[in-house]
Design a binder for this molecule. Structure first.
Ligand code: PHE
Length: 373
């Protein structure tokens, strides 16, 4: 192993030879470093303040040099210092590069292996039904509009021609937000009981002509049973233009029912009442389970209760009193007319898929939802 020699001869030639010998030892030792502990030993052997090779060079070569050789020795010693520095950092870099390369190769993954497939559940039958209904109306040129589920009294009732304290409000058993008593009645918040408030919100936002469908969640204070849920889903429709007639309403809804339930279903309208439509109707479709006969073989047909008809939605011509609330945005009841309808999406899903309890929709069991793929 290299040992710093004492110098007897301080000639340039002798100095150069001594330097060359030292540097070749440095190179060899640097090359031999193969591990972290080798590296530490190497660094200390060359750099240690106490008895490191550089310290020895200082002692043996510089201090012992005669006056006239000091300068030349000093220069060489300085160069040696920076060479040793360089060699030590290069060795350190080489080691850490090797370490990260071996870590990389240890962590190597096979990207051609198949991945882990996560179960993604199933599209919920109610959502699926809503999407189907929406797409029937999209194909007729309708757009989709949405609104908040926490709604004000004004949009849910007043602007839909349910005057404050009018008994028509009792037809929708409302869930009110607590602590609203200090507000004016029309500003008090509630959970919307139907999607109809979005009719008003959309007419405030967009001028006529208008054709929209409004899918959404609604709430009523109904105790849950096989056909009721305090939360359910509706799809609303609204068409406003000049000269919209009840004939347009019938033709549009008849087409939509045939698209949803099959081209052989018939529709039937009978008079009804909603504060925001006049005239109003309930629409029935011929039972697509029993084909309208009321019987399945010798058994009575349950979905239509043997009547051959299934009640599917409420509808009517937009009441002029409703247009009065949005007249400022171009809805002058003397100039425009329109029709509206609203249906329960959960009910349509129940009928379409033959589900016998609405509660099944909201229990979140994926085995249930997967049956409708
Ligand atoms: N909003 C009514 C309901 O929930 C349904 C409806 C909508 C009736 C539009 C007529 C027109 O009962």
């Amino acid at each position: 192993m290299y040992k710093v020699p004492k110098l007897a001869d301080y000639s340039a030639k002798a100095l150069d030879a001594a330097v060359r010998e030292l540097l070749s030892a440095l190179d060899q030792e640097a090359l031999a470093v193969g591990s972290e502990s080798d590296y530490k030993a190497f660094r200390d052997r060359w750099m240690a303040r106490k008895n490191g090779i550089l310290t020895q060079v200082n002692e043996l070569w510089l201090k012992g040099a005669p006056k006239d050789a000091k300068k030349g020795v000093g220069q060489r010693v300085n160069e040696l210092k920076s060479k040793v520095d360089e060699s030590i950092s290069a060795t350190e870099a080489r080691l850490s590069k090797g370490a990260s390369a071996s870590k990389l190769s240890a962590d190597r993954i096979d990207i051609t292996l198949p991945g882990i497939r996560r179960a993604i559940g199933a599209e919920h039958p109610v959502i699926k039904t809503m999407n189907e209904i929406v797409s029937v109306f999209r194909n007729l040129g309708y757009s989709v509009s949405e609104g908040p589920e926490v709604e004000s009294d004004y949009y849910n009732f007043e602007a839909l021609n349910f005057p404050p304290n009018h008994p028509a409000r009792d037809t929708q058993d409302t869930l009110f937000i607590a602590g609203q008593d200090s507000k004016a009645q029309r500003d008090r918040l509630l959970l919307r009981t139907h999607t109809s408030p979005v009719q008003i919100r959309t007419m405030e936002r967009l001028k006529p002509p208008l054709r929209i469908v409004i899918p959404g969640k609604v709430h009523r204070n109904d105790p849950p049973d096989a056909s009721h849920s305090p939360m359910f889903h509706q799809i609303e429709g609204l068409a406003v233009d000049t000269n919209i007639t009840f004939g347009d309403l019938k033709g549009t809804l008849d087409h939509a029912m045939k698209a949803l339930f099959g081209s052989s279903v018939k529709t039937h309208f009978r008079p009804s009442f909603f504060p925001f439509t006049e005239p109003s109707a309930e629409m029935m479709v011929s039972c697509f389970i029993c084909g309208g006969s009321g019987k399945r073989g010798s058994e009575p047909c349950r979905p239509c209760k043997t009547t051959g008809w299934i009640e599917i939605l409420g509808c009517g011509m937009v009441d002029p009193n409703v247009f009065e609330f949005v007249k400022h945005n171009g809805y002058d009841p003397k100039k425009v007319s329109g029709f509206a309808f609203g249906m329960g999406a959960d009910r349509v899903a129940i009928l379409k898929y033959g589900v016998d309890d609405i509660q099944l929709f909201f229990q979140g069991d994926v085995r249930f939802s997967q049956q409708f793929g």
